[in-house]
Write a protein that binds this ligand. Structure first.
Ligand code: NAD
Length: 539
């Protein structure tokens, strides 16, 4: 039977305006989650396991508030999870692709209906996102990943080699031999969902280690996958310490691939460990990682300054600058700096920050104390440096929650530390360049940081746009023209960067799914030759 999945669509973004029904429903769910302490088990082979160290889940914007507890797996449970993934493999890989797809289609439907407010509220409370940021992440992007990837899987399977006379050539898209390890970051519920499901869709079974600071939303996602009928052991939910789980997983001969998103340092250390163990594996593991960024906005003197300022403010401060695509360095043209500066200060002064349950807040808290402390160190360096000044913000307060003001630093040194290092917080640094010398400024954009994730240019003339776009071609895997450098949508802007930003396997596209298959080419001859001699051998 040949089935056909129709072209997917992007999940509509709800507005949550004052009069909308969704606003009430979400508020109810926020109340429910604030008043129910959940106890989150490990889920291994489809079974809930309550073993390991008990840890608390707290709201970053109100760290006195405990939302629940979770179990952190110890070596025993980690070994169990690996075994469960391997045990589930045979049956799952043999299941018709359409049945596998149906699990994820059903999961997407559950997200856009029953689980919408559950996932959004958990993301708001557990990861400190405002309502809009939670909606576009936990609901829309997550549903999009599942719908688009199912469709891409079908399109990959359709691709078959040429038929020859009497010979049928086929391509069998096998999953990888072994199990896949998915390690996800805190900042997107959707990434937590995509990292284990993309390999699973292609017939792999997975051990999924979520980040400790996004356990709540990730657990609800795991629950909905089970409600969607995912067979036991296909995805094993394993909150655990990175160093402990890595030691076991990377030592296993059946380790077949890592699907990682997180910081460059952690990814580099994983790659080294894998390389060190290379002789022990049954197969060369696939190493897929999307990592850090130092994303820029380049403003040309011809730009619409209001559009540029809006792009900088949104990309710099939405979700407190904790998107891998967040704008953190700006190149401002000298002749227009006065105008841009005024617009930026006016806009940033209107930003309200506070609890996620107050919908008038544009910003909330950074994820935890470590993030707070490390960001304040960078701000202090800027405060104490002769090469920089704080144009706006610069204060933090962690008494109730981890709040850091949206901060704009201006520096005269294009290589100032906050222009080069990823801070992952609401800190944007501006360097004002001499706009009589565009080439030198573009060289700086290219050579300042080791990353190449996202970048945006604001300019008017086509000639200028072409020149900038060509000169900056290696500086970003996602390049934006007259738009902010964040906010990629699945199916529309496949996401990923190069250089120190990752392997650029483009989450939310068929390119990523290709990493989770190890195709077998099958040649079947319907009229095989019956004698070894060829015609050219005759006298
Ligand atoms: P992180 O690197 O601290 O953690 C990511 C995950 O790795 C977590 O689950 C963590 O527990 C785990 N981990 C840490 N050490 C480990 C180890 N030794 N072995 C195994 N797992 C280990 O990153 P984070 O703070 O969660 O997320 C922020 C980072 O992620 C930023 O650098 C950001 O740029 C990056 N990011 C990149 C993208 C992208 O698409 N390029 C998207 C989102 C986030």
């Amino acid at each position: 039977m040949i089935y056909n999945l129709p072209k997917p669509w992007n999940e509509p973004v709800y507005s949550y305006s004052l009069v909308s029904p969704e606003r009430e429903l979400l508020k109810k769910e926020l109340d429910r989650q604030l008043n129910t302490a959940v106890e989150i088990p490990l889920i291994i082979g489809g079974k809930e396991i309550r073993k390991g160290t008990v840890k608390e889940i707290r709201c970053p914007h109100d760290h006195g508030k405990v939302l629940g507890t979770y179990f952190e797996a110890t070596e025993n449970e980690i070994e169990l999870a690996v075994k469960a993934a391997i045990a589930a493999k045979e049956k799952w890989k043999k299941m018709a692709w359409s049945d596998r797809a149906a699990v994820f289609q059903k999961a997407a439907s559950l997200i856009s209906t029953k689980y919408r407010y559950i996932l959004n509220a958990a993301t708001m409370l557990g990861q400190s996102k405002n309502v809009h940021q939670a909606e576009i992440d936990a609901t829309c992007e997550t549903a999009d990943f599942l719908r688009f990837n199912s469709y891409f899987m079908q399109e990959i399977y359709k691709e078959q080699p040429q038929y020859e006379t009497h010979i049928w050539n086929r391509m069998e898209y096998r999953p990888l031999e072994g199990f896949v390890f998915a390690v996800s970051p805190f900042n997107f519920t959707a990434i937590g969902a995509n990292l284990p499901t993309a390999p699973a869709m292609m017939g792999n079974t997975v051990v999924w280690k979520p980040a400790s600071t996004s356990i709540l939303s990730n657990y609800y996602f795991m629950q909905l996958l089970m409600e969607a009928g995912i067979p036991d052991g296909v995805i094993n939910f394993l909150p655990s310490k990175g160093s402990v789980v890595s030691k076991i997983v990377f030592n296993d001969p059946d380790f077949a691939g890592i699907h990682f998103t997180g910081s460059t340092g952690v990814f580099n250390s994983m790659w080294k460990t894998i390389s060190g163990n290379i002789e022990n594996y049954r197969t060369y593991p696939r190493i897929v990682g999307e990592t850090g960024g130092k994303d820029y906005v380049f403003v040309d003197k011809s730009a619409d300054m209001k559009a540029a300022a809006t792009g900088i403010i949104r990309a710099g401060f939405e979700y407190q600058g904790q998107k891998c695509s967040a704008c953190s360095r700006v190149y401002a043209p000298s002749s227009k700096w006065a105008e841009l500066k005024e617009l930026l200060t006016e806009m940033v002064s209107r930003i309200k920050m506070g609890d996620v349950t107050d919908f008038t807040n544009f910003m909330n808290a950074v994820i935890d104390e470590a993030a707070f402390d490390s960001t304040m160190k960078y701000i202090d360096i800027a405060k104490n440096s002769k090469e920089a000044e704080i144009l706006y913000g610069g204060n933090g307060n962690k008494t109730k929650g981890y709040f850091i003001e949206p901060t704009i630093v201006v520096t005269e040194n294009p290589h100032f530390i906050t222009m080069e290092e990823e801070i992952f917080a609401p800190v944007v640094t501006v360097y004002v360049y001499d706009d009589n010398n565009l080439e030198t400024a573009l060289d700086l954009v290219d050579n300042t940081s080791p990353y190449a994730l996202t970048g945006a240019v604001f300019a008017r003339g086509r000639d200028t746009l072409v020149e900038i776009s060509e000169r900056l071609s290696e500086t970003a895997g996602n390049f934006y023209i007259n738009d902010k450098c964040s906010g990629a949508v699945v199916g529309c802007q496949p996401f990923g960067g190069s250089r120190a930003s990752g392997t650029n396997d483009k989450a939310g596209s068929h390119l990523n799914l290709l990493r989770w298959t190890s195709p077998r080419t099958i040649k079947e001859n319907f009229a095989p030759p019956k004698d070894f001699e060829y015609p050219w051998m005759q006298e």
